[in-house]
Design a protein around this ligand. Structure first.
Ligand SMILES: [Zn+2]
Length: 201
């Protein structure tokens, strides 16, 4: 079943947000246009407690974008973003959410960050997304959202590891760090993922 997974299309990752992806909002009309082409649509939502340890502000003497060891996992320290219940954690107001059947929230544990929509970065806890998709009969997964080089990338890697078919819709995603994107693209392809544009959906 052809399934669309919208990754973290939230205000804080959009222009003007706390962890802004440059031109991130250009994905919104593209996603709205392709939604009707899918039998199943699900979304992920970054949903941090304010005390989350991926936030630089929660580490005295540490700066944003510094990399630390967080409980044995390499962690880049971010500006506070997508804090539970705040407007920054809401989905983009123009995103068409009516046909989204389920929303999978992540990063709720203060001690571990979560880039993938399937597992936290320490791979201790699953969101249940893989089981949900299997029960629904969703095997052919298409990915869009933010950011291409981080949460979308990690979600695609886990989808492939879980045995799903995974396709990135390239004009429905934008990277946070443009300089990392070519490497990400190559890695997705080398792992057996596909990359298309929205008119090929
Ligand atoms: Zn986050």
């Amino acid at each position: 079943m052809k399934t669309l997974i919208i990754v973290d299309a939230q205000n804080d990752f959009m222009p003007g947000g706390a962890l802004e992806v440059r031109e991130g909002d250009r994905i919104v009309p593209v996603i709205n246009k392709i939604i009707p082409k899918f039998e199943l649509v699900v979304a992920t939502q970054d949903w941090h407690p304010a005390e989350h340890k991926s936030f630089a502000i929660n580490h005295p003497d540490r700066k944003e974008y510094e990399v630390i060891d967080l409980n044995g996992v390499e962690q880049k320290l971010w500006p506070p973003h997508c804090v539970q219940g705040t407007p920054g954690a809401d989905f983009h107001p123009k995103l068409e959410l009516n046909s989204v059947e389920a929303i999978f929230r992540s990063a709720m544990d203060v001690e571990v960050d979560s880039y993938s929509g399937f597992y936290d970065n320490a791979r201790h806890k699953s969101t249940g997304l893989a089981g949900y998709l299997r029960e629904k009969g969703a095997d052919d997964l298409y990915f869009c959202g933010l950011a291409a080089d981080i949460c979308v990338y990690f979600t695609i890697k886990d989808a492939l590891k879980e045995g799903f078919k995974a396709t990135l819709i390239e004009d429905a995603t934008v990277p946070l760090f443009q300089e990392d994107y070519e490497k990400v693209r190559k890695d997705i392809l080398s792992r057996g993922g596909k990359i298309i544009t929205s008119d090929e959906v």
